[in-house]
Design a protein around this ligand. Structure first.
Ligand SMILES: O=c1nc2n(C[C@H](O)[C@H](O)[C@H](O)CO)c3cc(O)ccc3cc-2c(=O)[nH]1
Ligand SMILES: C[C@H]1O[C@@H](n2cnc3c(N)ncnc32)[C@H](O)[C@@H]1O
Ligand code: SF4
Length: 376
């Protein structure tokens, strides 16, 4: 662990200083997580691509005028989930736009056709349906949610998540990444993390780097996550995600963070966050993703053999065998894990409702029968 001021002092760490910082982080990771990295085999279910926000970096969102604006039908959800299960996926990642019906008539009309007036009600029922009809465990990433909304989703989602993005209020100003995004206020994002803690939901969060924040904003975002974890103990993983500039977005010409920036941020995250939080970085947003290992990550997040990363559709997943090779080249093994990390699984139905406890147990025992138990 390092102090807050020490973390801030690493802003310009480069060359041998960055190397030493990464070594310290890698040592902390080895002590806490051993010589094994993990990933979750998943399918991506983009339930709707309409959204009431308009983040400057996002190409996932579609304007209601676009012919591509949609809700997936229950049949499409089921087909994706079933095909994923057939390929041995264990997670159904529901990732979607936020409350589109509160802004767009087209979203209200499409929802009405499906028999709903709220995206979150539809989400709830589709998670329930995946649980009933397939072996997959839903993980909901629906952005900022209230206590009541999280509470309703808990029995149908094995874990949940929402990127904090960043705690800087400056990003809400005109011309900045989160201008006119009511769901990206640090207050609402932090409140979601807090309420998930009160509800004992195993929670994924993280920061998106390179969206106009300062280094101090970045460290302060990690500190904010740490402090909520110290209060509730519910943060299972923190994602360090690098912004990728996309043509056609407000931030198309923004500079992307470089590899040193990612390594520096990963290392500081490892050293400032408690050891029991997993540090995750996606392997599809950086060609030299293997060097994240030497900076202290222990997890790659979800990797899909079936669906693309709908948020970064132009960035194909590396083959799982290539990720395994990158790990092995540095002396680490690669193992599959479930969407809810091991230490949250066996706590007397605290994090999992009884129905989900059972589902998790049967996935774990299935994994134990094939290939000697791949689930970490
Ligand atoms: O494929 C992706 N998976 C994303 N995931 C899923 C992640 O890779 C894992 O599948 C889950 O975290 C399960 O551990 C997120 C999950 C969250 O809870 C919050 C944010 C993300 C962001 C992404 C993402 O941009 N792309
Ligand atoms: C689901 C998560 O995907 C991330 N996200 C959205 N757009 C981009 C982008 N251009 N580059 C990298 N990550 C992105 C945000 O952090 C969001 O919370
Ligand atoms: S990043 Fe999420 S909240 Fe922002 S516009 Fe895209 S879908 Fe909406």
């Amino acid at each position: 662990m390092i102090s807050d001021s020490e973390a801030i002092s690493y802003e310009f760490a480069t060359g041998p200083d960055l190397y030493a910082l990464c070594q310290e982080a890698a040592k902390a990771r080895d002590n806490a997580w051993g010589k094994q990295l993990t990933y979750s085999k998943k399918v991506f279910i983009p339930l709707t691509n309409m959204c009431r926000d308009s983040c400057g970096y996002c190409t996932f969102v579609q304007s209601p005028d676009s012919p591509h604006a949609n809700y997936m039908t229950p049949e499409q959800v089921f087909k994706t989930a079933r095909e994923g299960a057939a390929l041995d996926c264990k997670e159904a990642l529901f990732s979607l736009g936020e409350r589109p019906e509160e802004r767009h008539q087209k979203a209200r009309d499409m929802l009405a056709n499906l028999g709903y007036d709220s995206t979150l009600d539809y989400l709830h029922d589709q998670c329930a349906s995946v649980l009933t009809h397939t072996s997959l465990l839903p993980h909901v990433n629906a952005g900022a949610l209230s206590f009541d909304e999280l509470k309703r989703l808990k029995p149908v989602s094995a874990s949940m998540g929402m990127m904090l993005e960043n705690v800087s209020n400056d990003l809400l100003k005109k011309g900045q990444a989160h201008y006119a995004c009511p769901d990206k206020t640090p207050k609402r994002r932090l409140d979601t993390i807090e309420q998930a803690g009160r509800l004992d939901i195993a929670f994924t969060t993280g920061i998106l780097i390179g969206i106009g924040e300062s280094w101090t904003d970045r460290v302060n975002s990690l500190i904010a996550i740490r402090d909520r974890h110290l209060a509730y103990g519910h943060i299972q993983e923190v994602i360090i995600q690098n912004f990728r500039a996309k043509a056609g977005t407000a931030m198309a010409d923004y500079q992307e963070p470089n590899l040193d920036d990612m390594k520096r941020t990963i290392a500081v995250a490892r050293l400032i966050l408690p050891d029991d939080i997993s540090i995750q970085a996606p392997p599809n947003l950086e060609v030299e993703y293997g060097s994240y290992i030497n900076a202290g990550i222990n997890d790659w997040g979800g990797i899909s053999p079936l669906t693309k990363d709908f948020i970064n559709p132009e960035r194909a997943w590396p083959q799982i065998s290539s990720v395994a090779q990158a790990c092995e080249g540095l002396g680490y093994s690669l193992a599959e894990r479930l969407t809810i990390y091991d230490r949250f699984q066996h706590q007397d139905n605290k994090y999992l409702t009884p129905n989900l406890t059972q589902r998790v147990a049967s996935l774990v025992s299935r994994a134990a029968q094939v290939s000697g138990g791949v689930i970490a």
